[in-house]
Design a protein around this ligand. Structure first.
Ligand SMILES: [Zn+2]
Ligand SMILES: [Zn+2]
Length: 196
């Protein structure tokens, strides 16, 4: 435990030395002492992870997410054995401040241990509840988001085209043959043949 800094004490109206918050010229008198460094701190300057520590202690905490693969053996309906591999994540705490927590827990009295157990258990349940609520909400939003569906199968398309066919007349045939470069004498013969 480090020494209490001078600026974390003040003399009140009755001339009694009292603790004041040691952080950022705070001077709040409603304080408790940090379980690690013994400095007094107020509710505004308590630790992010635990209200038992001041805001500067226990700051070097790291959560490590360690991904690993796990293999599972299965027996199929036909008796064949097959394996599947699933990726899992293991979380653990790390950082220079983390090892401090174990010796601190060992120094707690039975009552303190019980109180902290109830306290952290309550926090844990509240966090779990909040996490579940958020997951349910996230899944609900995902279900409601319209997504493109993949349709497999045969799609038959019917295409209807209307074609107007003019009946050929000797004049239309004559024009067509003329375009093809057939001599007039031959066209005359062909038209004559059409009429018979
Ligand atoms: Zn403060
Ligand atoms: Zn501290």
């Amino acid at each position: 435990m480090s020494n209490t800094p001078i600026d974390s004490c003040a003399i009140n109206n009755e001339g009694v030395l009292i603790d004041i918050c040691a952080f950022n010229d705070c001077h709040e008198q409603n304080v408790k002492r940090c379980r690690k460094c013994n400095r007094p701190f107020c509710i505004m300057h308590c630790n992010h992870y635990s209200p038992n520590f001041c805001k500067e202690c226990f700051a070097n905490l790291t959560i490590i997410a360690d991904k690993f693969k796990r293999q599972f053996d299965h027996i199929a309906d036909n008796g064949q054995k097959y394996t599947s591999v699933e990726e899992r994540t293991r979380f653990y705490l790390d950082g220079p401040d983390w090892p401090f927590i174990n010796p601190w827990i060992e120094t707690l009295s039975d009552d303190e241990l019980k109180i902290l157990w109830v306290f952290h258990h309550h926090i844990m349940r509240t966090i779990e509840h909040e996490n579940d609520t958020r997951n349910i909400e996230k899944n609900r939003r995902l279900r409601e988001t319209p997504v493109a569906k993949l349709i497999t199968g045969t799609v038959t398309k019917t295409k209807s085209v209307t074609k107007v066919v003019q009946p050929e007349t000797p004049e239309s045939m004559r024009a067509k043959w003329k375009k093809q470069g057939i001599p007039d004498a031959v066209i005359d013969m062909m038209v004559a043949a059409m009429k018979t």
